[in-house]
Design a binder for this molecule. Structure first.
Ligand code: KG4
Ligand code: ZN
Length: 321
């Protein structure tokens, strides 16, 4: 059994996963409420909260899995990218647990972790495939030819897709994080009511910053009452622009790689319009789209572990290499 720990952003998570990919437990404690009044994640607040939550969350994950610590064979932890202070809390906890038991430690890349959410039972999705990873912090197109290894084809030049959802939600007064709120509201709206263009940049990259500005101007021009009355149309049209950009680029990427099978992971993979727009794609299970530790433990199965005690100096990294 593998114990996974994830603390890269504002979710404190722990999970127990078996070698063959069964999720025995996956506990996620979200700090979203704590950060909502600031309109985004405050790094120092996140670190402190992780510190309070990490032990109870690990205990809970072991409890739900009915696994005692002495049944755990290795500990997996997110090494980066993410908020350094937040990552260090998870890494310190993982080191302490592994060290105390003389276990190997597996450092996991958060982005590879999202991809590995596809490899869990009961319906694992196997490579090769072209993968879209769309979350609050990242938007990447990947060619995945084998488990645990992916080749980057393109990424965002500015905002991530989830960030575009969150910023749009804020402009529409929907609170933070707003992706799911836009998704819900858009169901009652007309997606063709407003024409929000998404910039097409060369290659297989994305750009979402102009879209948010377009929404800002539209909201300003409409005025408060009109925005109130047409909020669902605005949400639906804005969502449609993001989804179209993602679907188009993803299909271009699949054509370029020749890996026609398409998979989608990350928080934005929960979006219902994106799911509807890609009827043949494989999506990560809903509960594994947003940050969790089951995906980290899953990924650890394909990463060389650091034997005890060679992880004493293991450090976090903030950004993608
Ligand atoms: O993967 P994740 O938990 O965190 C990062 O690694 O960044 O993704 C969180 C992001 C947020 O931006 C959130 O607004 C977005 O995923 N999200 C959604 C939906 N559910 C979560 N975006 C669109 N539609 C949704 N249903
Ligand atoms: Zn993530």
């Amino acid at each position: 059994m593998i114990l996974g720990i994830e603390t890269s952003c504002d979710e404190t998570a722990a999970a127990v996963v078996t070698e063959d990919g069964r999720v025995l437990s996956s506990v996620v404690s979200s700090q979203a409420d704590l950060h909502a009044r600031f309109g985004g994640v405050v790094p120092e607040v996140a670190s402190r909260r992780h510190l309070e939550l990490v032990s109870p969350v690990v205990r809970d994950a072991l409890g739900v899995a009915k696994a005692r610590l002495d049944r755990i064979e290795r500990v997996a932890v997110t090494q980066g990218p993410g908020l350094v202070g937040a990552l260090l809390v998870g890494i310190s906890a993982a080191k302490a647990l592994a060290w105390a038991r003389g276990l190997p430690l597996v450092p996991v890349d958060h982005l590879e972790g999202h991809v590995a959410s596809l490899y869990l039972e009961p319906e694992p999705v196997d490579p090769p495939f072209t993968c879209l990873l769309a979350s609050g912090g990242h938007t990447l197109l990947l060619a995945v030819r084998e488990r645990g290894r992916s080749e980057r084809l393109g990424s965002t030049l500015d905002d991530a897709a989830g960030e575009a959802f969150d910023k749009g939600a804020r402009l529409l007064g929907l609170g933070y994080p707003g992706g799911a709120a836009i998704d819900r509201l858009a169901r009652d709206g007309d997606a063709t009511a407003f024409d929000f263009p998404v910039a097409r940049v060369p290659g297989l990259d994305f750009s979402f910053s102009g879209l948010k500005t377009a929404l800002l101007y539209t909201v300003r021009d409409l005025g408060k009452e009109e925005v109130e009355a047409r909020r669902a149309d605005l949400a639906a049209s804005y969502q449609r622009a993001i989804v179209r950009a993602l679907v188009e680029r993803l299909e271009e990427a699949a054509e370029a790689t020749g890996l026609e099978r398409i998979a989608v992971v990350g928080g934005v993979a929960a979006n219902s319009a994106l799911r509807a727009g890609l009827p043949d794609a494989a999506f990560a299970p809903l509960q594994l789209c947003t940050d969790n530790a089951a995906m980290i433990a899953s990924c650890a199965r394909y990463v060389e572990p650091l034997p005890y005690p060679r992880y004493r100096d293991l450090d976090a990294y903030a950004s993608i290499a």
